[in-house]
Design a protein around this ligand. Structure first.
Ligand code: EPS
Length: 384
């Protein structure tokens, strides 16, 4: 299973190609767009989200509502494109620097400077346009397809915001059936209403200051079988692959599996999950501090992954930078931006983690059609 995306934040569209989804999988088009809409929400988003109304159109690989096994092509239109046709013109090179809105003052924390140096670009917009987190809309579309595959085999994906800036949500151990209705009803994807109010007020005050906020988000997957991933090779360890995928999300700086970094502060007896057996559940664990992983493989307990997002680097109160023409100090370019995109990032992470789990699922049970995979999966479940 693999995917590629293309497209710029203010270009005409984002495009994704997915390869490896088996044939005969029913596509729920509404559910695909539920994920697109979820990603657009969240307190602290900027004006751009009032312009966009993301929907993912499938333009290849699906016929009469079912996959054929061919690559799936997806298009997400950028509604904002109509305002950027001169600035982002694909064909002509007849516009002035001003019309092209050339950027020469790199923003600290963004890809602007490094990308400009690496790709030999004097207009840093050529870097910014692709490095923008707009690209996560395409990734969510791909993850949403993977999520439908997981759902067909009884797996459920959800998540929550754990922290925004220095405000953390009280811990909970809710099942996804309990958690999802609460987080879906929250502007910042937390369970606790008092925390939600404090987070909103904090985002407002930081925004009024021209500053931005990051945070920590958590993804949970239930119904996962034992044995996805493998201990035998570094690049088959599923927890490692999930960490790579999480840290690849724009602005993400770290990933924890289960209790994560806390494990380094505790003793072995306080960390490891004791093994139990009964007829109803088979092998299972008394606790799940390892977040559903041992030896790079799933244990059959629920997957719990956290990611940390740094504050958005585009600031209305800009930091110091240097003009790439004159080499004189300047305050960085001001671009329209969100003050806080942590709730949206939580949706992105859910879909990115779902992708990695679906990929490992297909590696283990893979066949070309859903029927073949179902038979393989049933066999395996009977044995384990
Ligand atoms: C982003 C900057 C803002 C965000 C954008 C990510 O866009 P603009 O520059 O058009 O105001 O709105 O996020 C999205 C467009 C999106 O769909 O999430 C950035 O610089 O990363």
């Amino acid at each position: 299973l693999r995917y590629l995306t293309a497209g710029e934040t203010h270009g005409p569209q984002l495009t994704a190609i997915i390869e490896g989804i088996p044939s005969n999988m029913s596509i729920d088009f509404d559910e695909l767009n539920v994920q697109m809409v979820r990603r657009q929400k969240g307190y602290g988003r900027g004006r751009r989200m009032q312009i966009e109304q993301d929907s993912a159109s499938i333009v290849g690989g699906v016929r009469h509502g079912r996959t054929t096994g061919a690559p799936i092509a997806i298009v997400v239109e950028n509604k904002d494109w109509t305002h950027w046709t001169k600035i982002m013109n694909i064909q002509t090179n007849e516009h002035t620097e001003e019309e092209k809105r050339r950027i020469r003052r790199p923003r600290p924390g963004h890809a602007d400077l490094n990308g400009g140096l690496k790709y030999d670009q004097r207009d840093l917009r050529n870097v910014l346009e692709r490095s923008s987190a707009r690209e996560t809309a395409a990734r969510v579309a791909c993850g949403a397809i993977a999520r439908q595959l997981l759902a067909a085999f009884g797996m459920k994906v959800g998540g929550q915001v754990i922290r925004i800036g220095d405000i953390s949500a009280p811990p909970n151990n809710l099942s996804l059936d309990e958690l999802i209705p609460l987080t879906e009803a929250s502007s910042v994807r937390v369970v606790d209403k008092e925390t939600e109010a404090r987070m909103e007020a904090y985002i407002d005050s930081v925004k009024a200051d021209g500053d931005s906020l990051g945070g920590i988000v958590e993804c949970i997957i239930e119904g996962v079988p034992v044995g996805l991933g493998s201990h035998v090779h570094w690049d088959r360890k599923l927890d490692g692959r999930i960490a790579q995928a999480v840290v690849s999300i724009n602005a993400f700086k770290g990933c924890e599996i289960g209790i994560g970094f806390e494990a380094g502060m505790l003793q072995g007896s306080q960390v490891h999950d004791e093994i139990m057996y009964n007829d109803e559940r088979g092998f299972h664990r008394a606790t799940n501090r390892m977040g559903g992983f041992e030896g790079g493989m799933t244990t059959g307990e629920r997957i719990v992954v956290r990611g940390v997002m740094k504050p958005i680097p585009t600031l209305y109160k800009p930091l110091r930078s240097v003009d790439i023409d004159t080499k004189e100090p300047f305050t960085a370019q001001i671009e329209r931006a969100d003050a806080c995109a942590v709730p949206a990032a939580s949706v992105v992470m859910e879909n990115v983690v779902a992708w990695e789990v679906a990929k490992a699922f297909l590696e283990k049970f893979g066949g070309d059609s859903m029927e073949e995979i179902r038979a393989n999966y049933k066999n395996y479940l009977e044995r384990v």
